[in-house]
Structures are given as structure tokens and as C-alpha cells.
Design a binder for this molecule. Structure first.
Ligand code: GLA
Length: 700
């Protein structure tokens, strides 16, 4: 008899504990590890088996909902969120937090039928029809209303859900639209920016070929061979339109979600795509995510790729993404072995997927997630890699993903609060990128390859490089290099000059300062408004067919692809490289100059040079700028070393992408985080695709 009250007490304590566990917000795991999961595509009875397998693989996060509009709102105004709530709870039961994707990449059929004006129109004027995704217009006000309505309701329903830790807005912003409403938006956007047609006609010089405008509505919306001012403004308009589209949902979310729930979006396009300015998109978010895929471009074996991860290019892409907010980021999607949209969708090697995940973490990823968890029975991506097959049973790469899951559980706490730190930045400016894309002048001038030449050489010396747009905070860098900074406004020239006067070392690369903010030529020629600072100007630029030797205090080598004949206008501008014989216009002329300005130096380097000279220049610039290099661990070719720094420790992530096992000597004893019991080691031997995570207290 006397036990009864005690039982009630225990039951009461148990229920309150469970209730509080169910209501206590779950924090984001230090290393989030997950997968895209589509509960709306599977019978609910199969959910738990999938979640149990996810948990067994060490996953601690699921992303759901980004394509689920027709399941969330089967008919206009008839919402069904219960299944999603059950999915979130089911995932939580198996130890996983949830990221909800807003479903705005895939408007349902009832909506596109009732509101055809929301459908995207391509540049040929063809309006898209239902049946795929990305078929909406970012310029459609009606679509924004519909997006706002469902996102607001989702935010009300899940904004305080303890298991929901973040929101992903839409999915991989890609296509802009040429529908009449978007055209109207463009014209209003131009009017707001320029004020009068006179101002626009003055800046764009449309008198050229009698393009002068007398009505805003006459201004074409085109990506073809058009006025450079128009083309640049259209890119900026597309950027602002995506930003508006995103802000529409951010505002709806912020009104209801708890501040602990973060807002992100997953940018695709293999990171480097230049459809719009991604840094501007990232600026409005809490954290930026991207989708690292290997399927085309430098990966594509049928072109000049390797069919496997290129650690240098992949690393540079991570550094580009990190640079958009100068903070760690999330890899929201990566392939579990292979994709389905490349020309030959070969599988990554055994071990390569785990190494690819760790490689991203080394560059600052705090989340790794796969696309996708389970092969969908139907739909446009049946062949795509997954962790389990259509039967829900693991496929071969599952075991590797599980190994990475075990790694992450061990290393997460050690990596928490750490991030890559660099004292060197390479400038990647979208305006300049677009200006050169519109008019490359030489198809040998691959500005991404040229940026990669700088990046490769600098990372080889410093072990860490940030890639940032010129708008970012540059004061943290001792050395800033700016290849292809084609568009330079007076404001930017002032910012860069101030950076130098304050002690920064700035190296301006080829094609700097040719254009103003309207993509018009700077009258004073290159480097435009930076001329007084540089103390030299470009008398003429040359697209090269043959290489030209260069030599001087900075070393010797050959100019290839592009060369600029410099003319000193300030006596204290020191010539550091001259062109040799072989091109009559250039022979003996200055190819690079350097000048002290305030506490810093500014250099102009008007040639693309061979990689050996690039390495030499990088070593010189890094030394002169006194960049921290003590943290660099020298490793054999093919072994990638990345360093993350926290308040009291540094953590190295080493991945072996070479064809053989490699031994790496460490500059002192370190804790081998992945080894059971955290062994102290002075060297590591890694098999092919082997990974080591090593930590120690701060040496610096
Ligand atoms: C993209 C999309 C996913 C899926 C994968 C396939 O990144 O975001 O929905 O289509 O590609 O690789």
C-alpha cells in the first residue's frame, strides 16, 4: 500500500523528464552529419526503419520538405503539416535534428494551373509548364505571396519545435525569368538606380549603335551581345531579385521562429557559378550552405577532368563559400558515391567519399549531408547515388558513410568552435568576373584558372587562403591579391588604398581597373582610379599567342596568355619585372611595379605567368608580408592538410588523395583524435584516401 504514492512520484518524474526532453530545444551538433530525406515519398510504416539505419550510420540530422509543397498544401489553402510533424518527431526519436526546406522550388500543379503567371519564362519567351522544378518566376509577385503564405504557416507550426534547428530557403537558386512582370521589375529597378534616362544614357553611352532610350520600357532584358552597362546591371538586378525572393521568406520565418533556429540556403552550381552574386545572397542568412558535387567541369573525365575529387579545386571552392560570410559553412549536399547528371556518372573510389567529407570539414564545413538517403522509386533522379537502395537496404557506400559518422562523433567536440584562419586573401569580384565574361578578348584568358594559379601558389606556402569579394573585411589580411579586378570604382579604389596605407600588402593582377561601375572604360586607362596609388598605368594590354620571357628582382619566367605594358608615372614606383625579347611591343618594358604607400605596399603585376614563377612570387609576397606560416605541415603531393583554429587549440585535418599510402611527419606531438583513446603521435601514415584529425594546444 505504502508504495503507491512513490510510484506516482516516479511516474510523474519520468513523464516530466520525458516531456522536458521532448520540449528542450535540441542544439545543433558540433559536426552536423545528415542526409536529404523525403518522408512524403514513402509509406509512413517504413520511416522508422530508414531512421534506424541513419542512426546506425551516425547521422544526426535530416533535411526534409524542400520539394514537398503538394504534400504540405494538396489544394489551395488546405494545408497538411501533420505528416511533417510526425516525421520530425520520428527523426528526433532516433537522435536526429531536422532542417526544414521551404518548398518553393516546386510549386504544385494546382497552383501553376490556377496562376500561370507564376511560371518562369525563358529568354526565348517560352513560358515553362508544370512537370519538373525551378519552373517558377522569381519576379512574380503572386508567387511571392503564395511562398509567404506557406512559409509563414510552416514557421508558426515548426518555429518552436525543439527538434527543428534550421531552415533552408528553397533549393539551389538557379534560373531567373524573362516574363513581363520581371521585365517591369527590371525597368523600375533601373529607374530607381539611375533616376533619369539621361543619367542611364550618359553612363551606358547607348548612342553607340543608336541604342539611346527615351522610355524605360525600351530597355531590353537580355544576356546576349548587348551594351556592357546593360549586361552588368542585369546581373545585379538578378542578384537583387533573388535576394528579394529570399528576404520574402526570411521575413516570414523571423516573425515566428525562435532565434536558435538558423536560416540558410543551399547554393548549387558547383560553387563558382556566376548567375548572380552569391556573397550578396549569403549576407542575409545566418549561415551559408552549398552543394558540393562532382559531375561536370573539371571532374568530367570525358572532358579534361579526372572523374575524381581534385583537392585543390574542391578546397578553393570551399574557401570561396567560406569567404561569402568569412565564417564556417555547411555542405548541405554531397554525393554518396556518384550523381546521375554527369556525362559518365562514375563512382568515387572506395574511401573517397569519406575523404571528401573530411576534406570539406578541414576547409571549414560544420555540416556534411548527403543527397540523397534512399533511391526514389520514381521521378527524375532514379539513378542518383544514395546510401540505401529502393528496398531501404544499405548500398556499398553506406559502410563508408557510417565510418565517417563514427569519425564525426569522435571529432565533433574537438572541432567545435574552430575555423580555418588565413592572413592571405584572393579577391573574387562578381562585377569584374561578369565584365570579363561578357568580353573575354581572349579565350585563352580563363579567369577562374588564373585565380586558381594564385590560390594554388599561395596555399602551397601558407596552408590557408581566403577567397573573398572586395566588399568583405580586408583588414584581417596581411596580404591581398586581386587577379582580374576589372571593375574598379572610385569607392573601391579608396578602400584598397586605405587598406595599403594601414599596412596591407596588395598585389593587383592583370586587367585591373579597366572598367568603372557602369562597365564603361575608365578614361585614365588601367588601373583606373587606382593609378595614383600604384604610380603606374597600363599603356597597352596584349592577348598573347606566344609566351614572352619576364625577369627582374621578383624572379624570372615567362608571360603566357596575357601581358600589359606598364608606364611608370611615379618615380618611387619600382620596376620588379621586365619583359624580355620575343615581342617587339613588350621587349624591355616594365611588366610589374611595386610601391610603398603609407605603412604598406601596392604592386601591379600585368602578366599571367608560368606556375614556377607564380610559386616564387607567392613565396616572396608571403615573406614580405610576414604572413604566419608556422602552422604549415609539409606533406607529400596529393596529401591535403588543413588547419582549423579555436580559442585554445588547433586541429589539423589531413586527407590522402594520392595514389599510395603516405607518411606525414608532424611538427611536434599531437593527439590523434580518430584513434581510440586519443593517442599522442609525432607522425601519421595514411593509406590512400586515409584521414587523420590531429589536435594540440595552441603553439602560436
Ligand atoms: C542538386 C539538388 C538535389 C538533387 C541533386 C542531384 O544539388 O539540390 O535536389 O537534384 O542535385 O545531384
Amino acid at each position: 500500500m505504502s508504495y503507491l504514492p512513490h510510484c506516482f512520484v516516479f511516474v510523474f518524474i519520468f513523464l516530466t523528464a520525458r516531456a522536458s526532453a521532448e520540449t528542450t530545444p535540441q542544439s545543433i551538433p558540433p559536426l552536423m552529419y545528415g542526409s536529404a530525406w523525403y518522408p512524403e515519398q514513402w509509406p509512413e510504416a517504413e520511416w522508422d526503419a530508414d531512421l534506424v539505419r541513419m542512426q546506425a550510420a551516425g547521422l544526426n540530422m535530416v533535411r526534409i520538405g524542400e520539394f514537398a509543397w503538394s504534400s504540405l498544401e494538396p489544394a489551395e489553402g488546405r494545408y497538411d503539416f501533420d505528416w511533417m510533424e510526425r516525421a520530425v518527431a520520428a527523426a528526433a526519436k532516433r537522435g536526429m535534428v531536422t532542417i526544414i526546406g521551404t518548398p518553393t522550388d516546386t510549386p504544385p500543379a494546382w497552383m501553376t494551373t490556377k496562376y500561370p503567371e507564376i511560371l518562369r519564362v525563358d529568354e526565348t519567351g517560352a513560358r515553362l509548364q508544370h512537370g519538373s522544378r525551378r519552373h517558377f518566376s522569381i519576379g512574380s509577385e503572386k508567387y511571392r505571396q503564395l511562398c509567404r503564405a506557406i512559409v509563414e504557416r510552416l514557421a508558426v507550426r515548426f518555429g518552436k519545435n525543439p527538434h527543428v534547428v534550421a531552415w533552408q530557403i528553397g533549393n539551389e537558386y538557379t534560373e531567373d525569368s524573362f516574363d513581363p512582370e520581371s521585365r517591369g521589375r527590371f525597368h523600375r529597378w533601373l529607374e530607381k538606380k539611375y533616376g533619369t534616362l539621361e543619367a542611364l544614357n550618359q553612363r551606358w553611352l547607348p548612342a553607340y549603335w543608336s541604342q539611346t532610350y527615351t522610355e524605360w520600357s525600351q530597355v531590353p532584358m537580355t544576356t546576349g551581345r548587348a551594351n556592357p552597362g546593360l549586361l552588368l546591371e542585369h546581373k545585379r538586378f538578378v542578384t537583387d531579385t533573388w535576394r528579394d525572393f529570399q528576404r520574402n521568406q526570411i521575413d516570414a520565418l523571423r516573425r515566428h521562429i525562435e532565434p536558435r533556429q538558423l536560416i540558410t540556403t543551399n547554393l548549387g552550381g558547383l560553387g563558382w557559378a556566376s548567375r548572380f552574386n552569391r556573397q550578396h545572397i549569403a549576407a542575409d542568412l545566418d549561415v551559408i550552405s552549398w552543394d558540393e558535387y562532382l559531375g561536370s567541369g573539371w571532374f568530367d573525365k570525358t572532358k579534361n577532368g579526372t572523374g575524381h575529387l581534385d583537392p585543390l579545386r574542391s578546397g578553393a571552392t570551399h574557401d570561396l563559400v567560406r569567404g561569402w560570410r568569412q565564417q564556417n559553412f555547411w555542405v548541405m549536399e554531397m554525393p554518396p558515391g556518384f550523381v546521375d547528371w554527369g556525362s559518365v556518372n562514375n563512382s568515387l573510389d572506395r574511401g573517397e567519399t569519406r575523404a571528401m567529407a573530411w576534406h570539406a570539414v578541414g576547409h571549414g564545413a560544420d555540416c556534411i549531408a548527403f543527397w540523397q538517403w534512399r533511391s526514389a522509386l520514381n521521378g527524375q533522379e532514379q539513378y542518383h547515388g544514395a546510401l540505401v537502395g529502393p528496398d531501404g537496404e544499405p548500398v556499398p557506400v553506406y559502410a563508408e558513410a557510417a565510418q565517417a559518422g563514427a569519425d564525426f562523433a569522435k571529432a565533433g567536440p574537438v572541432l567545435a568552435g574552430t575555423q580555418p584562419v588565413s592572413e592571405v586573401a584572393v579577391i573574387h569580384d562578381y562585377d569584374s568576373r561578369w565584365a570579363i565574361e561578357f568580353n573575354p578578348f581572349s579565350n585563352r584568358y580563363d579567369q577562374m584558372q588564373i585565380l586558381m594559379d594564385y590560390y594554388r601558389a599561395l596555399r602551397g606556402v601558407t596552408g590557408a587562403v581566403d577567397i573573398v569579394t572586395p566588399e568583405m573585411d580586408l583588414s584581417r589580411y596581411k596580404l591581398v591579391v586581386a587577379p582580374s579586378l576589372n571593375v574598379v570604382s572610385p569607392e573601391l579604389a579608396t578602400r584598397l588604398t586605405d587598406y595599403v596605407r594601414a599596412g596591407g600588402q596588395l598585389v593587383l593582377g592583370p586587367r585591373t581597373g579597366m572598367k568603372d561601375a557602369s562597365n564603361a572604360l575608365n578614361r585614365e586607362r588601367q588601373p583606373g582610379p587606382l593609378l595614383p596609388s600604384v604610380g603606374a598605368r597600363v599603356q597597352q594590354f596584349y592577348a598573347l599567342l606566344e609566351d614572352v620571357p619576364v625577369a627582374g628582382a621578383w624572379g624570372a619566367g615567362k608571360a603566357t596568355v596575357w601581358a600589359e605594358l606598364l608606364d611608370r608615372v611615379a618615380a618611387d614606383a619600382e620596376v620588379t619585372l621586365r619583359f624580355g625579347a620575343g615581342n617587339d611591343w613588350l621587349a624591355g618594358e616594365p611588366a610589374a611595379v611595386r610601391r610603398s604607400l603609407g605603412k604598406g605596399t601596392i604592386s601591379y603585376f600585368g602578366a599571367v605567368v608560368d606556375s614556377a614563377l607564380m610559386d616564387e612570387l607567392a613565396r616572396r609576397w608571403v615573406t614580405e608580408a610576414r604572413v604566419f606560416t608556422a602552422g604549415v605541415i609539409s606533406a607529400p603531393a596529393g596529401v591535403k592538410v588543413s588547419r582549423r583554429v579555436g580559442r585554445d587549440r588547433e586541429v589539423y585535418v589531413i586527407t590522402n588523395f594520392s595514389q599510395a599510402a603516405q607518411e606525414i611527419s608532424l611538427p611536434g606531438a599531437m593527439t590523434d583524435v580518430l584513434a581510440d583513446g586519443h593517442l599522442e603521435v609525432a607522425k601519421v601514415t595514411l593509406p590512400r584516401y586515409g584521414v587523420a584529425v590531429l589536435s594540440r594546444g595552441m603553439a602560436r
